[in-house]
Design a protein around this ligand. Structure first.
Ligand code: CU
Length: 154
């Protein structure tokens, strides 16, 4: 009797896991968006993306209701000057993680439709190369001065 109950529980557990595997095995840790003074038109958001799958996957795009345009960016050091560049994708190695952080990869929010006020949250949808999407909410946080410099070079 007890054995039967355990095996049934296992079957249900396995089915549950199978359903989760239908989408990318990607989890988002510590997402946040940078608070900006009223009137500022651009901001950026950051997070740690974990890929627990045995296959590599890429973050291809992002969108949010608070910005006209959302782009994936990286910072590169060019002749000692940190410059921001749009990237086609952010590769997530198999069973690895990528940190989006000030001075590196970030999700750029361009043409803000509302002020990003500390303590509020914004929505975001991430789209991955396997066709899966992930929706998340990002708390808006102040980021230390000195790490906020964010210049566009085209
Ligand atoms: Cu940027």
């Amino acid at each position: 009797m007890i054995k039967t109950l355990i095996s049934r529980a296992c079957i249900i557990g396995t089915l549950g896991l199978t359903a989760i595997h239908a989408s990318a095995d990607v989890t988002i840790e510590n997402p946040y968006a940078r608070a900006v003074p009223p009137g500022q038109v651009n901001s950026a958001s950051f997070m740690v993306i974990h890929n627990t799958d045995s296959k590599a996957v890429s973050l291809l795009s992002a969108s949010s209701s608070v910005a006209e345009t959302v782009e994936l960016h990286n910072h590169i050091n060019e002749d000692g000057i940190m410059k921001m560049r749009q990237v086609d994708q952010i590769k997530l190695p198999a069973e690895g993680k990528v940190s989006l952080q000030p001075g590196g990869y970030h999700v750029m929010l361009i043409g803000l439709k509302q002020d990003l006020v500390e303590g509020t949250e914004i929505d975001m949808t991430l789209t991955f190369s396997d066709g899966s999407n992930q929706q998340l909410m990002l708390p808006v946080q102040k980021i230390m001065a000195g790490m906020t410099e964010h210049k566009h070079h085209h």
